[in-house]
Design a protein around this ligand. Structure first.
Ligand SMILES: *[C@@H]1O[C@H](CO)[C@@H](O)[C@H](O)[C@H]1NC(C)=O
Ligand SMILES: *[C@@H]1O[C@H](CO)[C@@H](O)[C@H](O)[C@H]1NC(C)=O
Ligand SMILES: *[C@@H]1O[C@H](CO)[C@@H](O)[C@H](O)[C@H]1NC(C)=O
Ligand SMILES: *[C@@H]1O[C@H](CO)[C@@H](O)[C@H](O)[C@H]1NC(C)=O
Ligand SMILES: *[C@@H]1O[C@H](CO)[C@@H](O)[C@H](O)[C@H]1NC(C)=O
Length: 429
């Protein structure tokens, strides 16, 4: 089994969030066997009612005209409170369950050492088609995407927006390269201008990477709902009404239950990957990988077989992870790959579920001076000792695993009163 590495960077943000940066390594090399197909009934309908779940937000598109405090107060400060989810989301979840569309699997428990586990008696079957714990990278849920078409390299980055994002966005723009950005909800909250740069200036494809980057299989159905729903909500509110069509589970931690909630309730497909740079681990002590090692791996993949096409896991987390992509970039063209945004790999897909890719109305809210110099709107001034911890504390990210025992004490959102997350495991990938 995999040895999960625990990196330990401690950071304290101005919001007094004490957080451990923990990053396990749940992606063993190994067989990638496609499982037997799941029942048809887990596919969502064409006329998915997801839009009804994200209408009528009073602040939609009004980010520029609202005081920051009022904007921020609309969203959870950390892990969403399951007792304060919009009723429409809960109703949609219950409808999907009543229709038999959500597999009744128990949540896993994450022990901080290896992949999350199901209760005894079920864990033994974690790679069967009914469960398909994709964290192991043995079973693939048929509706999830793992490979690019032959000859294609899908371009995409996890964990934005961060302080490192503008460097990446400038490069992508210079290269006229389309890209998918799997955004973390609380990062959007605290780096709103960099989100705006991705969406409006770069015109990149925005996808969901959850609200606080947890192991999704550890969560209850309602917690999964909150992690996905709030991230869609802030993207919807920041784009004048776009509902992303794709999401990526942190750590690739997904099973048939989690995949079905995303698909059946929110109409989203999970975008997995077939190669992993492990670029996030450059910030570990000692580093899990280096720019040189990533370059060697990238060289191997990009000079290797064209079938299947590549979906490589990469991050806009630090300057180093961005540099790893920039270093490898020339090899994409040199080796004859077609590089395209991951959510555009299949011409029958759309980036957003409204199918409307342009929205002039939103442009009126854009501040022309928005640029990479105003990277973070966060009021915090964390001074972490590594790039990752600095970025994390600056962004005020407070991700956690349920197994951590941490307790968010804020109340969301109708009361507009936030407490402080006293302890939490900060997980970055
Ligand atoms: C997979 O494992 C679960 C839990 O043990 C079991 O209920 C289910 O029948 C198994 N499914 C298949 C297809 O073997
Ligand atoms: C940029 O890419 C788009 C889409 O591939 C293409 O239509 C356009 O011509 C490109 N622009 C330049 C300046 O290369
Ligand atoms: C990251 O790169 C940007 C742009 O080159 C630079 O301004 C910034 O200081 C760098 N950050 C770190 C932590 O090295
Ligand atoms: C593209 O998506 C459609 C619809 O989901 C699917 O039928 C088709 O096989 C996909 N094509 C490729 C090349 O993956
Ligand atoms: C968190 O996990 C513990 C132990 O697995 C469980 O008893 C508890 O109900 C979980 N909490 C939530 C909010 O799911």
């Amino acid at each position: 089994m995999v040895a999960f590495s625990l990196l330990a960077a401690l950071s304290v943000s101005a919001a007094a969030v004490s957080a451990v940066v923990a990053h396990p390594h749940p992606h063993p090399e190994g067989s990638r066997t496609r499982s037997a197909p799941l029942p048809d009934r887990w596919y969502h309908d064409e006329d998915h009612p997801v839009h009804a779940l994200f209408r009528s937000q009073p602040t939609n598109g009004k980010r520029q005209s609202m005081p920051e405090v009022a904007w921020t107060a609309q969203y959870p400060a950390s892990s969403p409170d399951v007792n304060d989810l919009p009723q429409a989301w809960l109703d949609a979840l219950n409808d999907a369950k009543d229709a038999g569309k959500i597999p009744a699997l128990p949540p896993t428990t994450y022990n901080g050492v290896d992949a999350p586990h199901y209760p005894t008696g079920i864990d033994e079957n974690r790679n069967n088609a009914t469960i398909c714990a994709a964290t192991d990278r043995v079973c693939r849920i048929p509706q999830d995407v793992w490979d690019a078409p032959d000859g294609y390299m899908g371009i995409g980055f996890d964990d934005g927006p961060t302080d490192a994002s503008p460097t990446l966005y400038d490069f992508l723009e210079q290269q006229n390269l389309s890209s998918t950005h799997y955004m973390i909800g609380v990062y959007i909250l605290n780096n709103w201008r960099n989100f705006q740069m991705a969406y409006d200036v770069l015109e990149a494809d925005i996808a969901v990477h959850t609200w606080t980057h947890p192991f999704m299989t550890t969560l209850t159905d309602e917690q999964v709902l909150g992690q996905l729903g709030w991230t869609i909500q802030i993207i919807y509110d920041s784009t004048d009404g776009k509902v992303p069509r794709f999401w990526r589970p942190p750590y690739g931690d997904i099973d048939t239950r989690v995949s079905a909630i995303a698909r059946e309730v929110f109409g989203m497909t999970a975008m997995m990957w077939n190669q992993d740079t492990e670029d996030w681990s450059m910030a570990s002590t000692p580093p899990g990988t280096t720019l040189d090692q990533i370059h060697t791996e990238m060289t191997r993949w990009l000079t290797g077989p064209k079938s299947p096409g590549l979906i490589i896991l990469e991050h806009e987390l630090t300057n180093d992870t961005v540099q790893a992509f920039i270093d490898a970039y020339p090899m994409i063209g040199q080796n004859g790959w077609n590089a395209i945004s991951q959510v555009q790999l299949n011409s029958s897909w759309t980036t957003y579920q409204d199918g409307e890719e342009d929205d002039d109305a939103f442009n009126s809210f854009i501040t022309p001076s928005a640029s990479s110099s105003s990277a973070s709107e966060s009021a915090s001034s964390g001074s972490g000792s590594s790039a990752a911890s600095a970025s994390a504390s600056d962004n005020g990210l407070t991700a956690e695993s349920n197994s951590s025992g941490s307790t968010p004490s804020f109340v969301y959102p109708s009361l507009v009163s936030f407490g402080v997350l006293v302890g939490g495991i900060l997980v970055l990938m």
